[in-house]
Design a protein around this ligand. Structure first.
Ligand code: TYD
Ligand code: MG
Length: 458
């Protein structure tokens, strides 16, 4: 096969250049040219005109006349993983699974592949990061010595594709997409153009051959661009690992799923023998304080189908000339907004204070229902006074100082009561119609009401 021509395309104006330049010759933007391959002009022209002459117009069908078919899924046999996938890996589907290095991507996939191999056979694990013997060592550690999963240690895209075409496995894992490189491109493995081009080829192969492909991608802190983010639009399902490597809990969250619900969460614990599903995770993100401490407020988050209780911690401390606002697991811009609302609508000023907030256990909370708990934790740290024992709060806060309802408030309250929480501060619109046993509920409409309730000693 003739080597295809390398071409550089500008991400800003889509102009092209035959060589790499720092500045786009068309729109004069800097650092926007990305390497790609172009079929030779005459070949593509010939193909196009031949195709146009020979091909009849394609048939178009009314939507109502198309029979909606259920997709064919292979369950992985790991319940928490199937939950986020929406029931299993879809035939010809492409799943991207991202996360920090060392978080457990290879472990989880090896466990899943072994389970699938036992049930339906014909799996292939392509390893580019580790040698075959390293994968075998992990399998031993997981107690999968007799595993029938086939392993291919290879990083060259063309060879991987040839192997996939020859063996047509039911499911193939590519661990990781950053190590795969194509001969056609001169840029280094792991660069944006290599990652994108290789993932595009593999996706096309999945669609034409029916092989389900799972791509592993590292999220890199500094070079986030070369990480899995550039692939999100190409694939059917995107899963991300969350959690701190030093804590044993891991969350797998679906952030895109063409074949299932998004924001569904799978919860695992990393053990000596791999990842184990946690089927009842609602209390794992609480730190155990014997007595309530200042700067801590528990919230009930509900992403996906299960409510979880998460402790929000805040530390407010005198700052130097430029006060810092830092958040772990929560959105920093939202924190700045909440501090402004706290000042403007409840008269609590943090201008000369550093403010740090943290969602315990490495969980990331993106839903605005965390707002009220964040504000109460800040207020509690500022005053040095703990919130009541057995206290939870949730509710979104608006710029006008209003406390807005959170979706499915009843479920959140019931879960808190089930775990022994006794006092709740919630938005008025979430107030339960019937009392919930064991739970005293205070419903508020505005931020100043909430803050005053705390100030006056509950
Ligand atoms: P790994 O799956 O290699 O991470 P990734 O592929 O995301 O980079 O897992 C890494 C960590 O998990 C490693 O630090 C060791 C730990 N681990 C266990 O605690 N128990 C186990 O059974 C296995 C296989 C790994
Ligand atoms: Mg790995």
């Amino acid at each position: 096969m003739a080597k295809e021509k390398t071409i550089y395309t500008c991400t800003a104006c889509a102009g092209t250049s035959a060589k790499w330049l720092g500045k786009c010759p068309h729109c004069e933007e800097w650092n926007t040219l990305i390497e790609g391959v172009e079929e030779s002009a005459s070949a593509s022209k010939n193909r196009y005109s031949t195709a146009r002459n020979l091909a009849p117009a394609s048939a178009v069908t009314a939507l109502s006349a198309i029979e909606a078919q259920d997709v064919d899924r292979t369950p992985t046999g790991i319940e928490e993983l199937d939950r986020v996938l929406g029931g299993g890996i879809v035939e010809a589907g492409v799943v991207l699974i991202g996360g920090d290095p060392g978080i457990g991507k290879s472990t989880l996939l090896l466990q899943a592949m072994d389970a699938i191999q036992r049930k339906s056979g014909n799996t292939l694990y392509v390893t580019g990061e580790e040698s075959g013997s390293q994968v075998a060592m992990r399998a031993r550690r997981l107690g999968l010595d007799q595993s029938g999963v086939s392993v291919l240690a290879e990083t060259q895209l063309e060879k991987i594709i040839a192997t996939l075409e020859a063996r047509t496995p039911r499911i193939a894992v590519i661990d990781s997409i950053q190590t795969v490189y194509s001969e056609q491109l001169s840029s280094a493995p792991g660069s944006v153009s290599q990652v994108r081009e290789c993932a595009a080829h593999l996706t096309r192969l999945a669609k034409t051959s029916g092989i389900s492909i799972v791509l592993v991608g590292h999220v890199t802190k500094e070079g986030a661009l070369a990480g899995p983010r550039v692939l999100e639009h190409m694939v059917d399902t995107v899963l991300y690992f969350e959690g701190e490597t030093h804590s044993s809990f891991r969350l797998v969250r679906a952030i895109k799923n063409r074949f299932g619900a998004v924001n569904e969460i799978g919860v695992f614990a990393m053990t000596e023998r791999g990842l184990k599903g946690v089927s009842n995770p609602s209390a794992i993100f609480l730190s155990q304080h014997a007595e309530p401490v200042a700067g801590s407020c528990v919230m009930v988050t509900l992403e996906g189908s299960r409510p979880m209780l998460v402790e929000i911690q805040a530390l407010v401390d005198h700052s130097g000339p430029s006060p810092r606002r830092l958040s772990v697991g929560l959105d920093r811009d939202r924190l700045a907004m909440l501090l402004a609302v706290l000042h403007r609508h409840a008269g609590v000023a943090c201008m000369d204070q550093d403010v740090f907030v943290n969602a315990v256990g490495g969980v990331r909370i993106s839903e605005p229902a965390a707002d009220l708990a964040v504000l109460l934790a800040i207020q509690s740290s500022l005053r040095g006074k703990p919130l009541p024992k057995g206290f939870i709060a949730f509710g979104e806060i608006g710029l006008a100082g209003e406390v807005r309802p959170a979706p499915r408030g009843q479920e959140r309250l019931k879960e808190a009561a089930k775990l022994g929480f006794t006092v709740a501060l919630i938005p008025k619109a979430n107030a339960p119609k019937k009392p919930i046993e064991g739970l005293t509920v205070h419903a508020v409409e505005r931020v100043d009401e909430a803050i005053n309730w705390v100030r006056q000693g509950f």
